[in-house]
Design a protein around this ligand. Structure first.
Ligand code: AMP
Length: 175
């Protein structure tokens, strides 16, 4: 695993001062371009959760969709989009969360899941954990979130500590 993670790490591009001054943006597009890295990333996450009886992958818009879909294919299970407000056409349930300035909301279709469904939530990056916590709380309203996975974790922002203990948190590359 260590060698694979080293390879994935080497393909993530650092972009200073994006989208604003002082932010070091972790750019996954370079890790997506490289076929071997893309496959390694998906396979490593799959290996961690393969025995957890996952029924559905729930991907967080929008970069969670990128990794979530190949994972659903690999798990041979369905995919549930966790979307930004007013994107889903049918009745939704939502969860609000705090941003640096103001609030945001994520939504899923109300009829997508049932209480006993075991869900792996997928996103690209764990920073402050606000988005991840909202996604877990959202899924908890309708199903059983057993795990959440990220390609990148920014450990100094303490996101992991915000997440509930009953959900397995996995990240591939830690900074
Ligand atoms: P947070 O809610 O703070 O954990 O932020 C999560 C989302 O913000 C992730 O899904 C990323 O897409 C994005 N994000 C936050 N910080 C960064 C960063 N330094 N580089 C790239 N994306 C980031």
């Amino acid at each position: 695993m260590e060698e694979k993670i080293k390879k994935i790490r080497s393909m993530i591009r650092d972009v200073p001062d994006f989208p604003k001054k002082g932010i070091l943006f972790k750019d996954i597009t370079t890790a997506l371009l490289d076929a071997q890295t893309l496959k390694l990333s998906v396979d490593c996450i799959y290996d961690v959760f393969k025995d957890k009886k996952i029924d559905y992958i729930a991907g967080i818009e929008s970069r969670g969709f990128i990794y979530g879909m190949p994972l659903a294919y690999k798990f041979n299970c369905g995919f549930v989009p966790i979307r930004k407000p007013n994107k889903l056409p049918c009745e939704v349930i939502s969860e609000e969360y705090d941003l640096e300035y103001g609030k945001d909301r994520i939504e899923i279709h109300k009829d997508a899941l049932k209480k006993t469904d075991r869900i792996l939530i997928v996103d690209d990056l764990l920073a402050t954990g606000g988005t991840a916590l909202a996604a877990i709380n959202l899924i908890k309203k309708v199903a059983n979130p057993v795990g959440i996975s990220f390609v990148i974790e920014l450990e100094n922002l303490g996101g992991r500590q915000k997440l509930p203990q009953d959900v397995e948190v996995f990240s591939l590359v830690k900074y």
